[in-house]
Design a protein around this ligand. Structure first.
Ligand code: DOR
Ligand code: ZN
Ligand code: ZN
Length: 352
């Protein structure tokens, strides 16, 4: 059996739902899913209930994560009308998250003045990450240039967006971006077939959008799962919330792309380890790696997953490439389906 050892993954975009929606996921289950996917560090988004937008919410999340997380973690502060220029959590968070389009939760910003205030005040050395679709992509690029700072565009999904980002980078804008596996491997045809289970923001694109992401993968800085679990009941309801889980399927899907000759191993490591660390300015945990069997073929099944929601948009997909063992700071934390790291063993990526 061939074994390939890779630097462990860093996932800069996950929603672990703790606190507020722990029937969907919590820090213990979400980080178990992370380890099963070869991910040893996650950056958690702020659209919780209550949203992570002030010191009290950050403190609460910190307490929960430090007692429950099995892998390393960091948080985003959610940008609001009220916290622009308030320096909330600047020493505790990995970055600021700004929602400029419709999303899940209450954090969408409406006024240009609010967005400008955040760009003006947020420390230059800390990332601003944006959910920015369509025209909002151009807004983020324009503001980053005007305020002389960097900005990170989350889950790029459309041809025009990735082409605009390519253009911006070529012209010296300090823009970074991530793409998700669901936008790389699925299209709107899938969403039409499976209803609520394919409902995600940004929506799954056309085949042309998907191919544009592949064609421009050379200017993409990171692959992030945007792991956004909702229960099967919620997804089957009349009003399914947007979002799909992804922590456990990112690496098998990318290894399969390597097996198919669509991606090199070097590029996979860049997109899942070095790039994410660089974009978010975090130091990856030492001695942390994943042993994979690049030849093992298997079917992706929601019922096999450790995420609390136990479904996957990649159900039944045949992939080549299996995570065997995961090491975090020299300790084996996952082996052949079993998570060995207890809750509370994860550390903050930001505070030391
Ligand atoms: O599909 C999505 N789900 N898009 C978002 O922006 C939020 C996320 C969630 O938290 O469920
Ligand atoms: Zn988003
Ligand atoms: Zn998200």
């Amino acid at each position: 059996m061939a074994t390939l050892t890779l630097p462990a993954l860093i996932d800069i975009h996950v929603h672990l739902r703790d606190p507020g929606a722990t029937h969907k996921e919590d820090f213990a289950t979400g980080t178990a899913a992370a380890l099963a996917g070869g991910v040893v560090a996650v950056l958690d988004m702020p659209n919780n209930t209550p949203p992570t937008t002030d010191e009290a919410a950050l403190r609460r999340k910190g307490e929960l994560a430090s007692t429950k997380a099995r892998c390393d973690f960091g948080f985003y502060l959610g940008a609001t009308v009220g916290n622009a220029g308030q320096s909330v959590g600047i020493h505790e968070v990995a970055g600021l998250k700004m929602y400029l389009n419709e999303t899940y939760g209450p954090l969408q910003l409406e006024a240009l003045s609010t967005v400008m205030a955040h760009f003006r005040h947020w420390p230059r050395g800390k990332p601003i990450a944006a959910h920015a679709e369509q025209l909002s992509t151009a807004v983020v690029i324009g503001l980053a240039q005007l305020y002389g700072r960097s900005a990170h565009i989350c889950h790029v999904s459309r041809k025009a967006e990735i082409e605009l980002i390519r253009h911006a980078k070529a012209n010296g804008a300090k823009i970074t971006c991530e793409v998700t596996p669901h936008h790389l491997f699925l299209t709107e045809q899938y969403a039409e077939r499976v209803g609520g289970f394919g409902h995600v923001k940004p929506a799954l694109g056309t085949p042309e959008d998907r191919e544009a992401l592949w064609a421009n993968l050379d200017i993409v800085d990171a692959v992030a799962s945007d792991h956004a679990p909702h229960t099967i009941e919620e997804k089957e309801s009349e009003t399914p919330p947007p979002g799909v889980p992804g922590l456990e399927t990112t690496l098998p899907l990318l290894l399969n792309a390597v097996a198919e000759g669509r991606l090199s191993v070097e590029r996979l490591v860049e997109l899942t380890h070095h790039g994410p660390a660089r974009v978010m300015g975090v130091r990856p945990p030492e001695e942390s790696y994943v042993e994979v069997d690049p030849d093992a073929r298997h079917l992706l099944h929601g019922a096999d997953l450790l995420t609390k929601c136990r479904w996957t948009p990649f159900e039944g997909m045949r992939v080549q490439g299996l995570v065997r063992s995961v090491y975090l700071r020299g300790t084996r934390v996952y082996e052949d389906g079993e998570v060995l790291a207890p809750p509370g063993s994860g550390r903050s990526l930001v505070l030391s």
